[in-house]
Design a binder for this molecule. Structure first.
Ligand code: F3S
Length: 248
């Protein structure tokens, strides 16, 4: 059964903005993105919102719904009370372009900083062989749809703009961890995780894991094991001795 629901949507641009009130028709089975589309169609044709698949797979319609980072297309209206006001605001960690659309370029810049897969030089195409167990270790991380909800949520950048230069965020630390687990990758991911991608900024709050719409266990399966490998490398007495000798 349809009903009239109350929405507050942030409207504005880089120079500022405000929450605007709307009363809008809501029908059974709808998600927040349907309501934003209805507002565009009936009351606010210039309301900006980024979306693509409406199936939770493109990672475009990320926003904050009642203060929680969510995909608009995967947030059912039935999860709210009918008399509840639903507030939709843009991702807080990235600069607003217009209304619900933010500039997520920070993430693309961080993606480019991760050194690509580096197989051994003498390995020819067709000679790449992996055990199923190695495939399975990183399979979970490949489910990432790059919605950037984790990047938006992690307090290390959300509350500390100044950290953005030195911290790649959970999504790209997970990528580094994934490559580090790859049996054919030869790049030194452990040093770069710590020195270039700011693994040390992560204090394991697990907020990134909580908001992941693909339920990837970012902290437990990528970041913590990566931290352990970095520490093992740093404090392994043999590695330490080897480094000392090499430095001479
Ligand atoms: Fe941030 Fe996730 Fe670590 S939210 S602090 S990257 S556990």
């Amino acid at each position: 059964m349809g009903y009239k629901g109350k929405f507050k949507v942030w409207r504005g641009d880089a120079s500022g903005g405000d929450l605007k009130d709307f009363e809008v028709e809501i029908n059974e089975g709808e998600v927040v993105l349907d309501i934003i589309h209805r507002l565009q169609a009936t009351q606010a044709p210039d309301m900006a919102c980024r979306w693509n698949c409406k199936a939770g797979k493109c990672g475009s319609c990320s926003a904050e719904i009642n203060g929680k980072p969510r995909l608009m297309c995967m947030t059912r209206m039935s999860t709210f009370e009918q008399d509840e006001t639903v507030t939709v605001t843009p991702l807080r960690t990235f600069p607003v372009i217009k209304d619900l659309v933010t500039d997520v370029g920070f993430n693309y810049a961080k993606a480019r900083e991760v050194k690509s897969f580096t197989p051994p030089k003498d390995l020819k195409p067709g000679e790449y062989r992996m055990q199923q167990i190695d495939v399975e270790r990183s399979q979970e991380f490949r489910k990432c749809i790059e919605c950037y909800l984790c990047q938006n949520t992690c307090h290390a950048v959300r509350d500390h703009e100044e950290n953005k230069d030195n911290f790649s965020g959970p999504r790209y630390l997970m990528r580094v961890a994934e490559l580090d687990m790859h049996p054919l990758d030869t790049a030194d991911r452990k040093n770069s995780a710590q020195e270039e991608h700011g693994l040390g900024f992560c204090n394991i709050t697990k907020c990134c894991t909580e908001v992941c719409p693909e339920h990837i266990r970012i902290t437990d399966n990528a970041l913590i094991p990566m931290k352990e490998r970095v520490v093992d490398r740093k404090y392994d007495p043999l590695v330490w001795l080897g480094n000392k000798i090499r430095r001479r």
